[in-house]
Each structure stands twice: as structure tokens, then as C-alpha cells.
Design a protein around this ligand. Structure first.
Ligand code: TRH
Length: 354
């Protein structure tokens, strides 16, 4: 019989990005809100979490600072039935020792990075026995295909989207109402040498009949107007409001992992700036995603150029935008029919805690 509510500890370290905290926070909330688990999130960078979730203290997830110096001894009773380390962060040694002396060892998962590559399904859920202690760690891979851990998607996502009021959202951010014919774009990327050229291309393309407004969350830049192109910095938005930004824009530039997934749920045209890796390893991941996506052929030239391969042809991409609507909706629909990552993870753990 499973004991409810289960206790779960999620450990996360943040290395100069938002994604690791963003994914851990999202998962923590789903486990607590949708599955009734008692979740503690241990994170080394609290200010980063506060940016993503300024109101975290009012929610069901208990957020704890993961101190640089963890106590040298930790009681077994203070470990959880499910222990998740996000993205290969190393658990405190004393915590691991304590896990090993529980009557029933915890289900220990390493939540991995998302990739559309074919090998993922073969590695998902593989066990890795601890070399010394009676513990097993499982590699838990998110993914797009059957046989992977799926993607994070909250149960109330569609309801929130249906209730979304774009005019109120814009007013709340101090933005003017949408102009007739306006193309609204959100821009979240790594530093990108292609950006100055893209800004020029937008400025040349924008006309009084099709003005362009680019919203840049967290950019800290000044407002700029070039002809009918407006570049507008926004504050870094709380995570739930970032979804609203993606809904409010006709085109979303996203990056990394979590904003990339959220853009897919939003199902508006998007451009992915993948996290650059040594020796171009990221390009294989980019190609793998494009190869699985129904609009991959259309997206490919512009996406590759945004990631440094080839030259950006904004007018051609802009002309292709209307045709992306249906395949992107179809993609989001088919992904949402698969079990979401949190539900799959709960099932996986319950099977091992019987
Ligand atoms: O911050 P990122 O670049 O994180 C990445 C990925 O996790 C990647 O897998 C990892 O290898 C790399 O870091 C080191 O991008 P990502 O994943 O899109 O995370 C951004 C988070 O910030 C996401 O949860 C959305 C959120 N966000 C807001 O909440 N408000 C905002 O205004 C913006 C721009 C983002």
C-alpha cells in the first residue's frame, strides 16, 4: 500500500541560468498541487527563485536554501520517500548516507535535460546502482517521444489560457493596446551576434500597416523606436506571467529548455535559441527537434541562422508565419495527449514504493 501524502525532496543548483530553477519549481508545484505530495525544494540561489516565483511563500512547496556547507550528519527521518536531483547536481554526502539507512530506500531520480534525440527513449528510467550503498538512482529523461518521461504541463494550463485577457495583460504591463496589423514579438535569448541584423531587418520590414513591437523580458535595455519598429524592455516576469506573454505574442523567441517547452504549449510561432555547447553538440539536438516537428522544414533555415548557421532571412520567415499556425497547434495537441512528466514520474515512483 502506498503511504500518502508522500514526501519529496528536490535538489537544484543554479548555474547562471533560469532554466534549472524554472524546471525544478514547475515540477515541485505540480507534485504538490496535482498529486498532493509534500515537497521541499532545496535551492542554492534563492534570489533566482524569487525572480521566477515572487509569491512562493504562499504556496504548498516548502522552499529551502541549500547551504554551501551542508551539516556533516543528517537524520534518516529527515530524508524523503522520493528524492530528485535536478540536472546532475550532486546531493549532499550526509543526505545520501541518511537515505541508505531508511527502512525502505527512497526512489532516487536524476532529472535530466530535455532532448529530442533518438537515444533518449533508450536511456530513460535506466537504473544506476550506488557503488557502495544499497541505493539505486534512476535517470529520468523528459522528451517528446513515447518511451521518454514526457513534458511538464499543468492540468489547469488550458483553463488558464481560455481565461486569458490580452488587453488586460498589456495594460498591466503599461503597454499600449495592439495597433491594427501589429506583429507583437517576445524576445528571450542568449547574447546573439545575429540580433543587430535582425533588428535592422525588422525596422526595414515594418510599415504603418504592419508595425512591429518587440517585448524583451528581463533585458534591462532602454526603449528604442526605429521607424515603425518598437523595442520595449519588460521586467523579468514571474513564471506564470511569462506564459501570458507567450500567449500575447504572435512570435516568441525562446531559449534553453523551459521557455522552449512553454512556447510549444502556447502554440504560436516560435524560434529557439538552443543553449550553445562545446564542439557544436547543440546543433545535433536542434536538428533532432526539427526532424520530429511537423513544421520542421519551414522553421529550419531561420532557426539554424538564429543559432549561427547561415544567414537570417526575416522576410521569408515572416511570409511563412501564417502557415505555421495549424502544424504548431497540431503538435501541441498531440504532445498534450501524452502523460505529462509529473504524472509519469508519480506513477514511476509509486510502482517502486509498493
Ligand atoms: O535560463 P535558461 O537559459 O536555462 C537553460 C536551460 O535550462 C538549459 O537546459 C540549460 O542547459 C542551461 O540553462 C544551462 O532558459 P530556460 O530553460 O528557458 O529557462 C528560463 C526560465 O525562466 C523558464 O522557466 C521561463 C522563465 N522566465 C520567466 O519566468 N519570466 C521571464 O520573464 C522569462 C524571460 C523567463
Amino acid at each position: 500500500m502506498s503511504r500518502n501524502p508522500l514526501r519529496c525532496d528536490i535538489f537544484c543548483t543554479v548555474v547562471d541560468n533560469y532554466g534549472d530553477a524554472g524546471v525544478s519549481w514547475r515540477l515541485a508545484n505540480q507534485l504538490a498541487n496535482e498529486h498532493g505530495w509534500l515537497v521541499r525544494l532545496w535551492i542554492d540561489d534563492l534570489p533566482r527563485l524569487i525572480q521566477l516565483a515572487p509569491d512562493h511563500a504562499g504556496g504548498p512547496v516548502a522552499v529551502h536554501h541549500w547551504p554551501e556547507l551542508w551539516p556533516i550528519a543528517w537524520p534518516a527521518a529527515e530524508t524523503a520517500e522520493v528524492v530528485i536531483e535536478a540536472f546532475g547536481c550532486e546531493l549532499p554526502a550526509a543526505y545520501v548516507e541518511a537515505m541508505a539507512i531508511r527502512a525502505q530506500p527512497p526512489v532516487w531520480l536524476n532529472l535530466e535535460y530535455l532532448s529530442a534525440e533518438a537515444w533518449v527513449a533508450g536511456c530513460h528510467a535506466l537504473p544506476s546502482p550506488h557503488p557502495r550503498l544499497p541505493l539505486v538512482k534512476y535517470f529520468y529523461f523528459p522528451g517528446f517521444a513515447a518511451g521518454t518521461g514526457g513534458l511538464l504541463r499543468e492540468r489547469d494550463y488550458e483553463r488558464r489560457r481560455q481565461a486569458f485577457d490580452e488587453a488586460a495583460f498589456r495594460a498591466g504591463l503599461g503597454l499600449p493596446p495592439r495597433l491594427p496589423g501589429e506583429l507583437t514579438i517576445s524576445l528571450f535569448s542568449y547574447p546573439n551576434p545575429m540580433l543587430p541584423g535582425l533588428i535592422q531587418a525588422w525596422a526595414a520590414w515594418a510599415t504603418p500597416e504592419r508595425p512591429v513591437r518587440v517585448l524583451c523580458p528581463g533585458s534591462g535595455e532602454a526603449v528604442r523606436t526605429i521607424g515603425r519598429l518598437g523595442l520595449q524592455p519588460l521586467p523579468f516576469l514571474p513564471q506564470a506571467r511569462y506564459d501570458e506573454l507567450l500567449w500575447a505574442c504572435d512570435l516568441n523567441f525562446v531559449r534553453g529548455e523551459d521557455s522552449f517547452v512553454r512556447a510549444q504549449w502556447a502554440a504560436n510561432p516560435f524560434v529557439w535559441h538552443i543553449y550553445p555547447q562545446a564542439e557544436g553538440a547543440h546543433l545535433a539536438k536542434l536538428e533532432a527537434f526539427l526532424a520530429t516537428h511537423p513544421a520542421g522544414t519551414t522553421l529550419r533555415p531561420f532557426w539554424l541562422a538564429w543559432n549561427g548557421v547561415g544567414s537570417l532571412d526575416w522576410p521569408a520567415f515572416a511570409a511563412a508565419l501564417p502557415g505555421l499556425d495549424e502544424p504548431l497547434k497540431q503538435w501541441a495537441r498531440s504532445l498534450s495527449e501524452r502523460p505529462d512528466l509529473a504524472s509519469g514520474l508519480v506513477k514511476f515512483c509509486l510502482e517502486r514504493l509498493k
